[in-house]
Design a protein around this ligand. Structure first.
Ligand SMILES: C[S@@+](CC[C@H](N)C(=O)[O-])C[C@H]1O[C@@H](n2cnc3c(N)ncnc32)[C@H](O)[C@@H]1O
Length: 205
């Protein structure tokens, strides 16, 4: 597992207070629900892995939608908040390498605003590893801050080192790993929400 997340550990309570809702925009909700519909249609069972689950609200949303969610995060502080808020759910300390997870049993993997904290070359490696372990037909949803410039770029995230990705670069990394794009969205900062554009990319193994 990567080093603990000192930034997230220190900010976890504040993070939970400032961002109590799972979705900041209707598009975010729509993207997660569209991903969930693809996972259901894949007919590979009920298991979704939530990578970098943070305070647990997406795991809770997907559980309410009928999935069995394996939720992992490297930050003990974020996991404390998740366990406080969702006492019936189970949360595990792990990072995007998913060493504790049987990915072969998963029908979907969701990583919202968590792979942004993994260096781009390591993200490419991680996606290759996920592709090797996932079954054909399983579905992934990645979301993060986007850039209109090609490639990737580090940015001054308030909590931890982070990178923005051009959506084409996300799709290229997925495709090189063995995933085929299903769809993508790009949202623009609006209504005071977000400093940067944000992408969601959904792809099938
Ligand atoms: C901005 S929060 C997003 C939380 C949640 N996914 C959501 O959509 O609300 C980013 C989360 O990514 C986690 N994270 C940081 N580095 C990670 C890594 N290497 N692998 C997995 N998660 C990581 C952090 O601990 C934090 O909980």
């Amino acid at each position: 597992m990567t080093d603990v997340q000192p930034g997230y550990d220190a900010m976890a309570a504040e993070y939970a207070r400032v961002l109590p809702d799972p979705f900041q925009t209707p598009l975010e909700r729509g993207a997660v629900d569209a991903f969930a519909a693809h996972v259901r249609a894949a007919d590979l069972g009920p298991t979704i892995v939530d990578v970098g689950c943070g305070t647990g609200h997406i795991a809770a949303h997907l559980t309410t939608a009928g999935f069995s969610v394996t939720a992992v995060d490297p930050s003990a502080g974020m996991l404390d908040q998740a366990r406080l808020a969702y006492r019936d759910l189970s949360f595990t300390r792990d990072d995007a390498s998913l060493g504790s997870v049987d990915l072969g049993a998963a029908a979907g993997v969701i990583a919202r605003y968590s792979l942004i904290h993994v260096a781009p070359e390591q993200v490419r490696e991680t996606l290759r590893d996920w592709a090797a372990r996932l079954r054909s037909g399983s579905v992934v949803l990645l979301a993060g801050q986007s850039t209109d410039e090609s490639g990737t770029a580090p940015f001054d995230h308030a909590v931890a080192p982070a990178w923005r990705w051009h959506p084409d670069e996300v799709v290229r990394a997925l495709s090189d790993a063995g995933f085929a794009e299903l769809w993508r969205t790009v949202s623009r900062p609006s209504d005071g929400y977000g400093r940067f554009p944000e992408f969601h990319v959904c792809a099938r193994r």
